[in-house]
Design a protein around this ligand. Structure first.
Ligand code: MN3
Length: 251
């Protein structure tokens, strides 16, 4: 790439960021590029790319809670299809100038059901993989622990409510811990591949932690026993990652 084309690309990228920031900043609880510091950490957490990123661990790493076959099918078939179909919709609907998935979701009402289902599906899975890790530690200190105790009563109360959200979501969907427009912690669920970033969602804010309760996420090992899957899933939560998201969401 010569100097002038690389400068053109730089300007194009900067301009996209500016437009995206302006469009997104009006939504409650949405973290826009305006709020981004210069750190890559921030953009890595709140500027999801349109391509599927590598799974941060092997397919068998989350056993025995999630079996290797489920992980492999989930990542290479389901999640990869969302990313592929999202790319198609972006091309077909002239959305190529949008900087990141968060910005797209904040104005998803302007697009088709294909964009909504696959944009949400791609974002939700990219977040889901990162919310889990092998040998995860429990949350026992820090600002998020403090906020869970202060705003939701206790960690145990948070867990009870989160499980309730996951269990009462009829059919397929997601349960969330998220930060609303007033920077308060909230628990809720969304149908299908919707999430709190979407302008069409009945719950709105910045997701911190999400669990996939589609049957494809657990059926091979747990069959119809969603409650056992959700309860076991708590052992996998990467609280250090969720803590980082929380700190950035409320600052
Ligand atoms: Mn899934």
């Amino acid at each position: 790439m010569n100097m002038s084309s690389s400068r053109r690309n730089f300007l194009k990228t900067s301009l996209r960021g500016t437009i995206a920031a302006g469009a997104a900043s009006a939504l409650p609880g949405f973290i826009s590029a305006n709020d981004m510091t210069a750190t890559n950490e921030f953009s890595g957490i709140y500027a999801t790319p349109f391509e599927q990123t590598p799974l941060p661990y092997g397919y068998s790493a989350l056993e025995p809670v999630i079996d290797a076959q489920t992980m492999e099918i989930h990542y290479t078939k389901h999640a990869s299809a969302y990313a592929k179909n999202l790319k198609e919709a972006i091309g077909a609907e002239g959305a190529t100038g949008i900087a990141d998935v968060e910005t797209l979701l904040s104005k998803i009402s302007n697009y088709t059901a294909k964009m909504r289902n696959n944009g949400g599906g791609h974002y939700n899975h990219e977040l889901f993989w990162k919310c889990m890790k092998p040998n995860a530690k429990v949350l026992s200190t820090g600002t998020l622990h403090h906020a869970l105790n202060g705003q939701l009563g206790s960690y145990d109360n948070f867990k009870t409510k989160f499980i309730e959200a996951a269990m009462t979501r009829f059919g397929s969907g997601w349960a969330w811990l998220y930060v609303d427009g007033a920077k308060k912690l909230q628990i809720g669920s969304s149908p299908n591949q919707d999430n709190p970033l979407m302008d069409v969602s009945s719950i709105k804010g910045t997701p911190l932690l999400g669990i996939d309760v589609w049957e494809h996420a657990y059926y091979l090992k747990y069959q119809n026993k969603r409650a056992e899957y959700v309860d076991a899933w708590f052992k996998l939560i990467d609280w250090e990652f969720v803590q980082k998201r929380y700190d950035l969401a409320v600052k």
